[in-house]
Write a protein that binds this ligand. Structure first.
Ligand SMILES: Nc1ncnc2c1ncn2[C@@H]1O[C@H](COP(=O)(O)OP(=O)(O)OP(=O)(O)O)[C@@H](O)[C@H]1O
Length: 297
């Protein structure tokens, strides 16, 4: 029995001559709520589709709870997936979809689905196509959860929602997850939303994983240093300079630390905000287009 909900090794997917995802090695432990962040075209949907077995890798492998989702249909009931734009049968009512879910899924908690839709005050008898975007997103999440999956993959579930609906959706997601032992991987462009609910982060840029790990560890391992203008190749206690900006007199560095604490008095140290960390790695990714960090479990 593995304690990894999702594990990939050198995973890659190519369209023609372009890699949509390349050399992706990740280990997402069970019980995490992980955010997958990256700009348009970074490879987020591709990774999620590979994880659910909807795409075949051109390199490497993906395993969900230790099994290849393409070869092992037994693992599919363990995975709930809500694709981008929450595609649902638009002429079906919520009641129809709950009934359909019962016919298509081995393990199906219709009572949970009905209770949650009633709590959210979403009409059961209206065609789904006539619901608001926020209501449709909630219906899609409810149906995915009614499957009682052990891994829930959500591709930009809040993209269509206004800020209030977004916040409500994220709170609902946290509530639902805290009542079960579901591992969640959700993609979004909005780091602030992810920060509120996620305890694990994966940053993708140009088909490559730039950074991955538990958010607390990532924040612990990085510092902003402000000091006299310099362009240092090495600094004691620094594994890597991720980003640097300079004025005439002063340099500001975002660094990944290593080993003993940095105690050079010429540098003032600050903790790093998650958004700044993500932005620094995305900029670093545009410069190198290669992985700049090993992936930590
Ligand atoms: N079916 C396809 N055929 C050809 N290229 C594709 C296909 N699907 C994705 N791509 C390309 O693969 C790359 C990664 O796309 P992907 O949809 O995974 O990115 P994403 O990070 O989810 O983007 P977004 O935030 O815009 O949804 C992009 O360059 C995209 O154009």
């Amino acid at each position: 029995m593995t304690d990894m909900a999702l594990e990939t090794s050198a995973l890659g997917k190519r369209y023609g001559r372009s890699w949509a995802l390349q050399e992706c090695s990740l280990r997402l432990p069970t019980g995490r709520i992980a955010g997958l962040v990256g700009p348009n075209g970074a490879g987020k949907s591709t990774l999620l589709h590979l994880a659910v077995g909807l795409l075949r890798p051109d390199a490497g492998w993906a395993r969900v709870f230790g099994q290849d989702p393409r070869d092992n249909t037994e693992v599919l009931p363990e995975i709930g997936f809500v694709a981008q734009d929450t595609p649902l049968y638009r002429d079906f009512t919520v009641t129809d979809l709950i009934t359909l879910g019962g016919k298509l899924n081995r393990r199906w908690d219709a009572a949970f689905a009905r209770d949650r839709i009633a709590q959210l005050d979403i009409p059961f008898r209206k065609p789904v196509g006539k619901l608001s975007g926020g209501q449709r997103a909630q219906v899609a999440l409810t149906l995915a959860m009614a499957k009682r999956p052990r891994l829930l993959l959500l591709d930009e579930p809040v993209a269509a929602l206004d800020p209030l609906a977004r916040r409500e959706f994220m709170q609902a997601l946290m509530g639902v997850v805290s009542e079960s032992d579901t591992t969640v991987l959700l993609s979004s462009h909005l780091v602030a939303d992810l920060e509120r609910v996620c305890d694990y982060l994966i940053v993708l840029q140009k088909a490559h994983v730039q950074l991955a790990g538990p958010i607390d560890d990532l924040l612990d391992e990085h510092r902003t240093l402000v000091g006299p203008r310099t362009e240092p190749d090495t600094l004691p206690g620094v594994a890597k300079v991720i980003s640097a900006s300079h004025t005439d007199r002063q340099s500001t560095l975002l660094v990944r630390t290593q080993g003993p604490p940095i105690n050079d008095p010429s540098w003032t140290q600050r903790e790093v905000a998650l958004e700044d960390l993500v932005v620094a790695y995305l900029h670093a990714g545009t410069r190198t287009a290669r992985t700049v960090s090993e992936v930590t479990a």
